[in-house]
Design a protein around this ligand. Structure first.
Ligand code: NAP
Length: 237
């Protein structure tokens, strides 16, 4: 039985995936409104974190960072926290077997820090096809790069579509073309390398190199957006 403390947006995504993989899931929330929403989704859900901890073999923590102070549990069961910015040292006050993890609403990958454990690894692999054990120092940057990733990539995707519409491509076609390009990028770059892709497409003095030259500020813009976001996360501790 996996217990999810904080059956909100991320918690229900984690719980739904675990249920699909045959795990029994139990969860907790803070308010009656969310309790009713959880019950409607078919979850076994309570307002009592201790009860959830008692009935579970392993716990996932998915409350907002400012709600962590309310969690008065003390347990020896593994606790995998997905809470942004909360370090292992703080999680150790809740569980003697703490794990600090990060993923995103698409569950595209999970990064996890803590003492390697086969059961923890197995549960995480049931949630996401990609599980990466990392040092804790990487968790702050990965919170932005992996956790915020879907929203950031969605914004890049949107910018691509809008730029296409700006030069006259109809919305539907722009979205279709952009979707194909974004999904093919890993394979193309993996095969040819970044330079290889650029050199295969950009003729000297041609059209593509004009567009690329105009985009030269994008690396710095993205880097400084990530730096600011990680800086905010650290400053909140
Ligand atoms: N959403 C994402 O894309 C994402 C990605 C990676 C990591 N995360 C991390 O996941 C955590 C949750 O994010 P979220 O977007 O899923 O937030 P959310 O939708 O607000 O969910 C938080 C849940 O925690 C419950 N909760 C609050 N205090 C509680 C308490 N004392 N005991 C039990 N349950 C409690 C809330 O219940 P009520 O609704 O009843 O208040 C709510 O269901 C955050 O720390 C965030 O950093 C989120």
């Amino acid at each position: 039985m996996v217990g999810i403390i904080g059956l909100g947006k991320l918690g229900t995504a984690l719980g739904s995936r675990l249920r699909e993989r045959g795990y029994k899931v139990i969860g907790s929330v803070k308010t009656r409104k969310s309790l009713e929403r959880g019950l409607k989704m078919g979850f076994d859900v309570y307002l009592d974190n201790s009860l959830v901890a008692e009935k579970s073999n392993l716990l996932l923590l998915s409350v907002k960072p400012y709600n962590v102070a309310e969690i008065s549990l003390r347990t020896d069961k593994p606790l995998i926290s997905f809470v942004a910015g909360v370090p292992l040292a703080r999680l150790a006050e809740i569980s003697s077997r703490p794990y600090r993890a990060m993923t995103n609403v698409g569950l595209t990958a999970i990064a996890v820090a803590g003492q390697y454990d086969e059961v923890v690894d197995k549960v995480l692999r049931a949630i996401s096809p990609v599980v990466i054990w990392v040092e804790e120092r990487l968790m702050d940057p990965l919170t932005v790069v992996l956790g915020s990733g879907p929203a950031i990539v969605a914004k890049l995707f949107r910018a691509y579509v809008e730029a296409a519409v700006d030069v006259g491509v109809p919305w539907d076609l722009a979205k279709e073309v952009a979707a194909g390009l974004f999904s093919a990028a890993p394979q193309l770059v993996g095969g040819l390398g970044y330079e290889g892709v650029v050199e295969a497409v950009a003729t000297p003095g041609g059209t593509t190199i004009k567009a690329l030259a105009k985009m030269s500020g994008i690396e710095g813009l993205l880097a400084s957006a990530f730096e600011d976001a990680v800086g905010r996360l650290i400053s909140k501790r």
